[in-house]
Design a protein around this ligand. Sequence first.
Ligand code: NI
Length: 138
Amino acid sequence: MSDLSRIGVAIDSDLLHKFDQYIGQRGYTNRSEAFRDLIRDALIEKTAEKPDSIVVGTLTLVYDHHVRLLSDRLTAMQHDHFHLVLSTLHVHLDHNNCLEVLILKGKAAAVQKMADALISTKGVMHGRLTITSPGAAS
Ligand code: NI
């Protein structure tokens, strides 16, 4: 960790009030940590926009395993891109629905493309990719 710098921030009172409410609801006990997290979030988002940046993605999928060949199709897509898949978790949510969480690592463009392909597969009811980037915000 580098040296700690202190900064002063001029901010509109109404905006600061809204910010305090926002961070209070999220459990922050001080503004500094909330500011730091917002900055990290912006830096990671910027990194993820560069196609060749190395990112880690957490992809959540929900699908009905009764849809014909869907499980096979999703598994085949993961094998096609096995070098991007660090780990998977499968949970049988109920009689019909499966939840899958995939941890993906690779170039941002490749991770996004794979996530888009899985999410848009017919029968996948919900999918969301969350990107982080080791080192981008430290
Ligand atoms: Ni299942």
